[in-house]
Design a protein around this ligand. Structure first.
Ligand SMILES: NC(=O)c1ccc[n+]([C@@H]2O[C@H](COP(=O)([O-])OP(=O)(O)OC[C@H]3O[C@@H](n4cnc5c(N)ncnc54)[C@H](O)[C@@H]3O)[C@@H](O)[C@H]2O)c1
Length: 402
């Protein structure tokens, strides 16, 4: 046996916080990284323990538990939420199971972190938000996995907007583009089936950018005018998933029942205007999320492919030398960076999941409602529903239900 790690000693007196995770593939791996790393990097009020992971294939979930450091494996989520060593249920399954698992976990007295989009329908999201409200009165918290809020650069952008550096907001311009569906032979995985995923690019990518836009602007969207399209309507049936977004086909064809792309214009409650584009057909774009905000006093722009940077234009400077400049968001007083590396040593995608875990652990210790909560997730779901309603009615302007 070696000497105890100093961190282990520092953590020894802290109360354990048992994590139970459902779903163990793409997001399961990302969340595992977050839970495993968070207590090693940040000074936390409790000690997250990877208590148990759940999947339906016993052999596969045990292998995953071994690889990612989970103490136990379960094959039924009901058994997972019944465990005494689980305090937080972390839902990393497709949308068709979010509502059932979350509502049951809250009733069992657990805190719940749920991947986005919160649910597949507004009705499910309403039930989840109502269960979240009731649980909050008993000291149980809910959170939605809109992880792009938790990058140092996007958090800094929020701080700058809140400080008034953009002044009155006029425009928000957002695109979230991928290209993994360009090939018509790509199989009909769960993300292309409405009964499992709820919607297509809209719920998958659009949910992220609606949340990010509203978070950065600091206000909700009031209404939308939308177009959606399914470019390839039939695809080969899947034979298995090979990891991440990849899959192999088994032959035979099935019908795609979700959108491939969703475009919409929107109005914020203040009157600022926004444009959104979410597509899985943007050839050459892999995971390209860009957002720009223009206000009377300045502008901010963020590009996920350069995620340690923020572009800022201060319109109050003399015009002779004003212009967009690059802020390298790696200083210790930038959000989340006090615990990481020296300036200039950048972070990546996976760190968002560490920060998500950090924020939830602090919220639980302080009994302080985390953002985004299920109520925030419900509001995003209502925007998605307004987009679908508008698209079905030839893009007629559709208010978001408040
Ligand atoms: N925050 C992000 O950046 C991000 C990225 C990708 C996906 N997501 C979201 O995460 C969720 C999962 O997506 P993914 O890409 O990880 O999918 P995935 O296909 O990689 O993994 C889904 C997992 O859920 C398991 N599962 C499905 N139904 C289950 C059930 N009833 N009981 C137990 N396990 C079940 C599957 O076996 C698999 O392990 C979705 O809501 C998706 O929208 C978020």
């Amino acid at each position: 046996m070696g000497q105890p790690h100093p961190r282990d000693e520092a953590d020894a007196g802290k109360p354990p916080l048992g994590i139970g995770m459902v779903g163990y593939a793409f997001m399961g791996a990302a969340h595992s990284q977050g839970w495993r790393t968070v207590g090693r990097v940040f000074d936390l009020p409790s000690r997250p323990v990877l208590a148990a992971v759940c999947g339906r294939d016993g052999q596969a979930v045990r292998a995953m538990a071994e690889r990612h450091g989970w103490a136990a494996a379960e094959t039924d989520w009901r058994a997972l939420i019944a465990r005494d060593d689980v305090d937080v249920v972390d839902i990393c399954t497709p949308g068709d199971s979010h509502a059932e698992i979350a509502v049951a976990a809250l009733a069992a007295g657990k805190h719940v972190l749920c991947e986005k989009p919160l649910a597949n329908t507004v009705e499910e999201a309403e039930a989840m938000a109502a269960a979240g409200e009731q649980a909050y009165r008993q000291g149980r918290l809910t959170m939605v996995g809109f992880n792009y809020r938790r990058l140092p650069a996007t958090s800094l952008a929020r701080r700058m907007v809140r400080e008034g550096r953009l002044g009155t907001l006029r425009h928000v311009r957002v695109t979230y583009l991928q290209d993994w569906l360009v090939d018509p032979e790509f199989p009909l995985t769960w993300r292309l089936r409405r009964e499992v995923a709820g919607s297509g690019a809209l719920g998958d990518l659009g949910a992220h950018i609606v949340d990010l836009a509203q978070y950065l602007a600091g206000e909700p969207l009031a209404g939308v005018s939308a177009l959606t399209e399914t470019f390839v309507r039939e695809r080969p049936l899947p034979g298995g998933t090979t990891g991440g977004l990849a899959a192999v086909s088994a032959g035979g064809l099935g019908t795609v029942t979700v959108d491939d792309a969703a475009l919409f214009t929107a109005r914020f409650a203040s009157g600022a205007l926004a444009t959104f584009e979410a597509s899985r057909f943007a050839t050459g774009r892999k995971n390209s999320l860009r957002i720009e905000l223009n206000g009377e006093r300045g502008s901010l722009a963020f590009d996920l492919e350069r995620l340690n940077e923020l572009a800022y234009h201060d319109h109050t400077e003399p015009l002779a030398h004003a212009g967009f400049r690059r802020i390298l968001v790696t200083e210790p007083d930038h959000p989340y960076l006090e615990a990481w590396w020296p300036p200039g040593h950048g972070l990546g995608y996976e760190h968002t999941f560490v920060h998500q875990a950090r924020d939830l652990v602090h919220a639980i210790a302080a009994n302080h409602r985390p953002e985004p909560s299920f109520a925030d997730g419900l509001q995003v779901q209502r925007v998605l529903a307004a987009v679908e309603e508008s698209a079905a009615k030839n893009s007629v302007y559709t208010p978001v239900v408040v």
